[in-house]
Design a protein around this ligand. Structure first.
Ligand SMILES: Nc1nc2c(c(=O)[nH]1)N[C@H]1C(S)=C(S)[C@@H](COP(=O)(O)OP(=O)(O)OC[C@H]3O[C@@H](n4cnc5c(=O)[nH]c(N)nc54)[C@H](O)[C@@H]3O)O[C@H]1N2
Ligand SMILES: Nc1nc2c(c(=O)[nH]1)N[C@H]1C(S)=C(S)[C@@H](COP(=O)(O)OP(=O)(O)OC[C@H]3O[C@@H](n4cnc5c(=O)[nH]c(N)nc54)[C@H](O)[C@@H]3O)O[C@H]1N2
Ligand SMILES: [Mo]
Length: 762
C-alpha cells in the first residue's frame, strides 16, 4: 500500500498557481513513473488538434498558452498515463474481500487495468476472461433481466461518440434508466436554468469574460477544480473587473493567483489579487445574500422612479422579456433585513458592498458551482442568481449572463447526445425514423431513483460507463448491501475502484482506452469529440501508447455489448461505427442536424464550434415564452432548521483528488496534509462543545429519519468557516447523507448542507 505522510496542518501562505502548483505536481507525477508519452500529452493538451484534458470542463481557448494545462490537469494526465498496471497477477494475489479494505487512493494507485476480468465467487477473486466470453456472458444476463430495471450509468467523461452509442444501446434494449454524474452535480442547473431561461446551460462563451465589467461567483472552487480559469480571471482583474465572491470558505484560488507562465511573478513571488470582495456566507445562505442585494436594488429603483430619476433596473428588458417580476419584487420588498442577515450569515455592510458593484455593472457574469446546486433548495438559490441577472437585463448581452462551471470534461456533452432519463429530452421521433424501433417513452430512473431500487432490491442489473457510482452516491452503507445483491454489474473502467469490489451475482470489469491513448481502428487512428462548459465542441486525438494491448476503446466495448445483447438491426451499423468514428458523428449529425451540421469538419475548428443557445439571443424556450422571475420558497437552501448542536456539513473536494480518485493527501490551499479524516470547525463551535485542535470525534447524521449514520475517527481542525457549519471530504463522508436529502426537483444529493452532530468519544 502507498505510504501515508505524516499529518501536518498548517496555514498555507502561498497563492494559487505559482511554485506551489509545481510542487503539487512533483508529489504526484513521480509516483506514476511517467514516461515521454505524458510529457507529449501535456504539450498537446487543450490545444487545437491536440488532446483534451480529462480533468475539468473549462473551455479550451482558440489561442492557447504555451502550456495550456494546470497542476490538476497534469495530475489527471499522469494518473491516466501511469506506467503502473493492475494485471491478472494483481488479482491472483488479492482477494476481493481483502481489496475492500483498501483506500480509494491505493486501489487506483495500483495502476491501469489491463485485461477484461470476471468475478469468481468460489475463489473470491477476479479472473481474466476473453472479450468474447465477457460480451457473451453480459448479453446472456441482459437477456434474462427485465430491461426496465437495468441501469445504464455514465460518468461524464466518455466522448460524444461513445455516449451516443451507449444511449442508443440502452434504448434499443428497452431501458430508459440513463442517469449520469450530472444527476449528482449540475442537474439543478439543467432543470432550473431551463425553467427560468429556456436554456439548461451557460449563455456566455469564453470571450464574454473579455467584455464583462463585473463577475460574481457563488460556491465554486476555481483554484482546485478549474485552475485554467484563473488565467481568465487574472486577465479580467487586469482590466479592472470587480470580482465578488460568496463562499463559506476562503478558497485560495479566489483570493490570489501566481501565474506559473509569468516569469516575473514566478521569480518575485508576486501574485494577482482575484476577488475584490470575499463574503463568507453560511452554507445555503446564498438565497438571502442575493435577496439582500435585490432588496437594495429594488429600493433604489423605487426611489429613483418616485423622484422621476433614471430607473436603476432595466424595465425595458423586464417588460419585454420576462414574467412575474412584480410578484418577485413584492416578495423582496417584504423581506426583513433581520432574516436576511441571519440566514445569509453576512453583515448589512457586506451586502451593501456587493450591491454597489451590482448597481454599477453594465455587463455582469455570474459563475457558480456545487455550492449552489447541492442543496435541498438549490433550485431556489439558482433562481435567485437568475433573478439578479434579469433585473438589469444581464442575459443575452455581450459580457453578461450565467456561467455555471460544469464538472466532468464531457458531462454537458453526454446530455446533448441523448444520455438522459427524461423522455422529453430524448430525440425519440428521430431515433425511431433512423433506426426503425420504438424508443422507451417512459421516465427512467435518475441517480436517486436508481439508488432507491438498488437498496430495495428491485434493480436487475447495473452497467457503468466510467465512474464510481457506489462511492459517489449518498447512503453508503445501505448502498453497499444492495449493490452486492445486484443480479449483474458491468464496469467499463480504466482503474480499479470501490464500485468493483462488492460484486453481485455476476460482475465484469471491462478495461478501456483512456482519452490520451492512441485509438487505432480499421480505418486508422480515431479522434473523439467533447463539449465544454461554454457549449463549444471540439476534437481530441490521443497519441500515447495504450496501457495494454488487451484494451478496447469505449465505442468498441459498447458495440460488443450491443451485438451480444440485442437482436441484429440492419439500421444500426455497430461494426462500421467502430471501424470509423466519423460515421458515428454522421449519425449524431443526422439525429441533431441543428446543432451538429458539418460535424466532421467543424470539430477541428480552433476553440471548437458553438452549439448555439437561444437564450443568448433572448429567445426564451420556457413555458411562458419569456424569461421567468421566481420568488424563493425558503430563505436558506439547507432545507432544515438550526437546532442546538446541529451543524451543516459541507462536503468538499481537496486539491489532491478528482472526485473519488484520490491522487494524494495534500490539500495544499487548506493546509491539510497527510490525512483526509478531518472535520473543519469554527473555533466558537469548538469552544461551545469543549473541543480542542486535534481531538478525535465522530460525525453522526441528524436527518429527520433518525437513521444511525456515523463516521468515526475524524480529527478536529480549527478552521475559518462560519459558525454552525463544518467541512469535510467527499467521498468519505457520503456515509452521512440520507438518500432523501436531495435538491427538490433536480434530485441532486444535497452534499453541501448535510445535517450532522459531533459526537465525542465516550
Ligand atoms: N481537480 C479537480 N477538478 C475537478 C474535480 C475534482 O474533484 N478535482 N471535480 C470536477 C467535477 S465533477 C465538478 S462538479 C467540479 C466541482 O467543482 P466545484 O463546483 O468547485 O465543487 P466543490 O469542490 O464541491 O466545491 C464547491 C465550493 O462551494 C463552496 N460552498 C459550499 N457550500 C456553499 C454554499 O452554501 N454557498 C456558497 N456560496 N458556497 C458554498 C465550497 O466551500 C467550495 O469552495 O469540478 C470538476 N473539476
Ligand atoms: N458528498 C458529495 N458527493 C458527491 C459530490 C460532492 O461534492 N459531495 N460530487 C458529486 C459529483 S459533482 C460528481 S460528478 C460525482 C462523481 O461521480 P463519478 O463520475 O461516478 O466518479 P469519478 O470519481 O469521477 O469516477 C472515477 C472512475 O472513473 C473511471 N475512469 C476514469 N477515466 C475513465 C475513462 O476514460 N473511461 C472510463 N470508462 N472510465 C474511466 C476510473 O475507473 C475511476 O475509478 O460525485 C458526486 N458525489
Ligand atoms: Mo460533477
Amino acid at each position: 500500500m502507498a505510504d501515508r505522510d505524516d499529518v501536518i496542518i498548517k496555514d498555507y501562505e502561498g497563492a494559487a498557481g505559482g511554485w506551489g502548483s509545481m510542487e503539487g505536481m512533483a508529489h504526484v507525477l513521480p509516483k506514476e513513473k511517467i514516461g515521454p508519452d505524458t510529457l507529449d500529452a501535456l504539450r498537446r493538451q487543450n490545444k487545437p488538434e491536440g488532446v483534451m484534458c480529462v480533468s475539468c470542463a473549462w473551455g479550451k481557448p482558440a489561442k492557447p498558452h504555451i502550456a495550456e494545462f494546470c497542476e490538476n490537469g497534469a495530475k489527471a494526465t499522469a494518473w491516466e498515463l501511469t506506467t503502473l498496471r493492475t494485471t491478472p497477477d494483481f488479482f491472483r494475489e488479492h482477494t476481493v474481500s481483502e481489496l475492500q479494505g483498501w483506500r480509494d487512493h491505493d486501489l487506483e494507485q495500483a495502476g491501469r487495468l489491463t485485461h477484461p476480468m470476471k468475478y469468481d465467487a468460489a475463489t473470491d477473486r477476479y479472473v481474466a476472461v476473453s472479450w468474447q466470453e465477457a460480451f457473451d456472458g453480459i448479453g446472456a444476463r441482459m437477456n434474462k433481466a427485465d430491461a426496465k430495471k437495468v441501469v445504464f450509468y455514465a460518468s461524464g467523461r466518455a466522448s460524444l461518440e461513445t455516449s451516443y452509442m451507449y444511449s442508443l444501446l440502452a434504448r434499443l434494449y428497452g431501458s430508459h434508466n440513463l442517469p449520469d454524474s450530472s444527476n449528482m452535480c449540475h442537474e439543478t442547473t439543467s432543470v432550473g436554468l431551463k425553467n427560468a431561461t429556456g436554456s439548461p446551460v451557460a449563455t456566455i462563451q469564453m470571450d464574454d469574460y473579455e467584455l464583462c465589467d463585473a463577475i460574481f461567483c457563488f460556491g465554486q472552487n476555481v483554484g482546485t477544480n478549474s485552475p485554467r480559469m484563473l488565467h481568465t480571471l487574472k486577465a479580467a482583474r487586469k482590466r479592472g473587473v470587480e470580482i465578488v465572491n460568496f463562499n463559506p470558505l476562503r478558497e485560495r484560488g479566489w483570493e490570489r493567483f501566481t501565474d506559473p507562465q509569468n516569469p516575473v511573478q514566478m521569480a518575485t513571488g508576486g501574485s494577482t489579487q482575484i476577488s475584490t470582495q470575499y463574503h463568507q456566507v453560511k452554507a445555503g445562505g446564498d438565497i438571502s445574500a442575493v435577496l439582500g442585494i435585490a432588496k437594495i436594488a429594488i429600493a433604489a429603483d423605487d426611489a429613483a422612479r418616485a423622484a422621476g430619476r433614471e430607473p436603476i433596473l432595466d424595465h425595458h428588458f423586464i417588460g419585454q422579456h420576462t414574467v412575474r417580476f412584480e410578484e418577485f419584487a413584492e416578495y423582496v420588498r417584504k423581506a426583513e433585513w433581520d432574516d436576511i442577515l441571519r440566514e445569509s450569515g453576512l453583515t448589512r455592510e457586506a451586502i451593501e458592498d456587493a450591491a454597489r458593484v451590482y448597481l454599477k455593472s453594465k455587463a455582469l457574469i455570474i459563475v457558480y458551482g456545487m455550492g449552489i446546486t447541492q442543496h435541498r433548495y438549490g433550485m431556489d438559490s439558482l433562481y435567485m442568481i437568475v433573478n439578479l441577472l434579469l433585473m438589469r437585463g444581464h442575459i443575452g448581452r455581450p459580457g453578461a449572463g450565467p456561467g455555471p462551471v460544469r464538472g466532468h470534461s464531457n458531462v454537458q456533452g453526454q446530455r446533448t447526445v441523448g444520455i438522459t432519463e427524461k423522455p422529453e429530452l430524448a430525440p425519440n421521433a428521430r431515433l425511431k425514423q433512423l433506426y426503425d424501433f420504438t424508443p422507451p417513452d417512459w421516465k427512467g430512473w435518475d441517480t436517486v431513483e436508481s439508488c432507491r431500487h438498488i437498496i430495495d432490491g428491485t434493480c436487475d442489473g447495473f452497467i457503468q460507463l466510467g465512474g464510481n457510482f457506489l462511492r459517489a452516491t449518498p447512503e453508503h452503507e445501505k448502498m453497499v448491501k444492495g449493490w452486492a445483491k445486484l443480479p449483474f454489474q458491468v464496469h467499463i473502467a480504466t482503474k480499479l475502484n470501490k464500485s468493483h469490489l462488492h460484486p453481485g451475482e455476476d460482475c465484469w470489469i471491462l478495461p478501456c482506452l483512456g482519452r490520451m491513448e492512441r485509438d487505432m481502428q480499421a480505418s486508422g487512428p480515431q479522434a473523439v469529440t467533447m463539449e465544454d462548459s461554454f457549449s463549444h465542441i471540439y476534437g481530441s486525438l490521443g497519441k500515447a501508447t495504450p496501457a495494454s494491448h488487451h484494451l478496447l476503446s469505449e465505442p468498441a466495448i459498447v458495440a460488443g455489448i450491443a451485438k451480444a445483447a440485442l437482436e441484429p438491426n440492419e439500421n444500426v451499423p455497430w461494426d462500421a461505427w467502430v471501424d470509423d468514428y466519423s460515421l458515428v458523428r454522421d449519425a449524431i449529425e443526422d439525429t441533431y442536424p441543428d446543432k451538429f451540421s458539418n460535424f466532421n469538419e467543424r470539430m477541428w475548428q480552433p476553440g471548437g464550434f458553438w452549439k448555439g443557445n437561444p437564450a443568448a439571443h433572448r429567445k426564451w424556450e420556457t413555458e411562458s415564452g419569456k424569461a421567468e422571475f421566481n420568488a424563493p420558497r425558503a430563505m436558506n437552501a439547507a432545507g432544515f432548521d438550526d437546532a442546538p448542536g446541529r451543524l451543516r456539513l459541507v462536503t468538499l473536494r481537496s486539491n489532491d483528488q478528482f472526485n473519488t480518485t484520490i491522487y494524494g493527501y495534500h490539500d495544499r490551499f487548506r493546509g491539510i496534509h497527510g490525512t483526509r479524516e478531518v472535520v473543519m470547525m469554527n473555533q466558537a463551535d469548538m469552544t461551545a462543545m469543549g473541543l480542542f485542535d486535534g481531538d478525535i470525534v465522530s460525525l453522526v447524521s441528524d436527518a429527520d429519519d433518525q437513521v444511525e449514520r456515523v463516521v468515526d475517527g475524524l480529527r478536529v481542525v480549527p478552521y475559518n468557516i462560519p459558525e454552525g457549519c463544518v467541512g469535510g471530504y467527499y467521498p468519505e463522508l457520503n456515509v452521512l447523507i440520507s438518500l432523501e436529502h436531495h435538491a427538490l426537483e433536480s434530485h441532486v444529493p444535497a452534499g453541501k448542507s448535510v445535517p450532522v452532530r459531533v459526537r465525542k468519544p465516550a
